[in-house]
Design a protein around this ligand. Sequence first.
Ligand code: COA
Length: 130
Amino acid sequence: MKIIKPTDPDRLREYVRTYVPAGDGAEMICSALAPDTNIVRKVALDERGLAGAISYGVRVEAVRIFSLGSLRKGAGRALVKDVERVAKRRRLPLTVASMASAVGFYERLGFILVKWEGRTIAHMERRGLS
Ligand SMILES: CC(C)(COP(=O)(O)OP(=O)(O)OC[C@H]1O[C@@H](n2cnc3c(N)ncnc32)[C@H](O)[C@@H]1OP(=O)(O)O)[C@@H](O)C(=O)NCCC(=O)NCCS
């Protein structure tokens, strides 16, 4: 799996809207590719093409994942691992406000639950990267 910064994320988003069957993965890929000057957008590519996308921001206190969507097994882990390397280089923790359905995924990758916001959002953190 290759992780890259797409040269034309807006066109890629239109492609996903048009050609990828609707679902949570596709929805979150569109969200990860949405225009925003303060975030970094990256995509995962495999031999079949687009496999997933992630967006994150580098803040003073932490690197924060905003959106993550995967169309194929393994893409989620590869994208989060890529952002972990960014956090590690900066000696910052990595945080995410996760949907309840993805809590198990982030736990599998070493994140711990910090607190729930209502019943739907889980604030999670990956510590010990530096
Ligand atoms: C959650 C999501 C990003 C996971 O991506 P993925 O590519 O399927 O995940 P991976 O295959 O890399 O999974 C890594 C590990 O986590 C496990 N896992 C994946 N999704 C899981 C879940 N929802 N709950 C528990 N474990 C999960 C996998 O089984 C795998 O375990 P392993 O170490 O035994 O192999 C994907 O299902 C998705 O796009 N969901 C819809 C959008 C979403 O929820 N985004 C996150 C919001 S912040």
